[in-house]
Design a protein around this ligand. Structure first.
Ligand code: NDP
Length: 329
């Protein structure tokens, strides 16, 4: 028997209810590797699956948690043996497959990566899907020519999980980072992570009126989408790129093509869920190398399985700062 956070749905009312239960190992789904989970985290998507599901969960009862790190307990796959430390993000684990909000998980070996050298399971989940995706975004910007000499880089949704890791990593890499936030009271937090400048959310909240504004940013890691991303596109410098990571502010993109045509800018789509293995290994090794661990620790808010229903509601309201780290034991 082990503890799991189970979401159940009342089919008559459609309402969901999440709570910690003791369950039997026989209830774990099929898979070739069983992992003793040590840490999981809270990401924006977990906020959805902890509640009514946002269309992501197909069957109940369900165990959410889109990522986890732990130790292999049993394996039918040659790549993993009992005792190996592993990390999982993506592959719709925690959505259509049972996820990391439990003391055990059973998954396909293809979905795992070995714990990156230099990171503990706790640090890997302090980074989690949000931080891993921030690194994928930075790698995409670099692949499109971003260097510190090209000018300042904007990070939107800066106090969130993706944003916090992006700010700290870019600053460590020598970039001048401008952080967009709707929480001015958190400016010191963002400066401590390495932001050189704080941009109030209202400055970028209006919809595009002029397709070209002053060239201000060599690149952008965008967790917000919507009208804000549209505005940022008009503010990128010639040849600059924005990496579209999230939709915390909306899924529409009320933008103009003019910056693409006159400034040769790029909009780079970032997906972490179906990302091939080689990219995953590279991104995790970059995290271990380029994210300062003291800054990571400053982002962490510890939590337990029973804290998650409340925290899930908070993250959907944009009220969680940094990274929630869940010790499932
Ligand atoms: P968080 O909730 O931790 O961060 C989002 C941040 O966006 C908030 O902290 C807030 O920052 C800002 N924000 C919230 N609401 C609004 C709003 N209405 N307008 C403008 N800004 C807003 O979430 P995560 O960092 O975990 O995820 C961010 C986004 O990235 C989500 O949409 C998530 O689904 C997506 N994502 C995508 C992945 C992929 O594979 N593409 C992987 C991981 C995440 P502040 O208070 O500083 O303004």
């Amino acid at each position: 028997m082990f503890n799991a956070l189970i979401v159940e749905k009342d089919e008559a009312t459609g309402e969901t209810r999440a709570g910690v239960q003791q369950i039997d190992e026989g209830r774990l789904p099929q898979g070739d590797v069983t992992v003793a989970v040590e840490y999981s985290t809270l990401n924006y998507k977990d906020g959805l699956t902890l509640g009514p599901g946002g269309g992501l969960v197909k069957s109940y009862p369900h165990v959410p948690g889109i990522d986890f790190a732990g130790t292999v307990e049993a394996s039918d796959d040659d790549r993993y043996a009992p005792g190996d430390k592993v990390v999982l993000t993506g592959w719709r684990v925690g959505e259509i497959h049972w996820g990391g909000y439990a003391q055990k998980a059973r998954v396909r070996a293809d979905w795992l990566v070995p714990l990156p050298e230099g990171l503990t399971t706790r640090q890997a989940m302090a980074v989690g899907t949000a931080g891993f995706t921030a690194m994928l975004a930075i790698m995409a910007l670099e692949a499109h020519g971003l260097t510190p000499e090209r000018g300042p880089v904007l990070v939107t949704g800066a106090s969130g999980g993706v944003g916090s890791v992006a700010v700290a990593t870019l600053a460590q890499l020598g970039y001048e980072v401008a952080a967009v936030t709707g929480r001015p009271e958190g400016a010191d937090y963002l400066r401590d992570l390495g932001a050189a400048r704080i941009v109030p959310r209202e400055e970028l909240a209006e919809t595009v009126k002029r397709p070209l504004e002053k060239e201000s940013w060599a690149g952008c890691v965008d967790a917000v989408g919507g009208a804000m991303l549209a505005r940022v596109l008009g503010q990128l410098s010639y040849g600059g790129s924005a990496a579209a990571v999230g939709l915390a502010g909306g899924a529409d993109l009320p933008a103009s093509v003019v910056p693409f045509l006159l400034r040769g800018i790029n909009l780079l789509g970032i997906d972490s869920v179906m990302r091939p293995y080689a990219d995953r290994v590279e991104a995790w090794s970059r995290v271990a190398r380029d994210l300062p661990m003291d800054k990571l620790e400053a982002m962490v808010r510890p939590a337990t399985l029973s804290d998650l229903p409340g925290l899930g509601a908070d993250i959907l309201k944009g009220q969680v700062r940094g990274r929630v780290l869940v010790d499932v034991n």
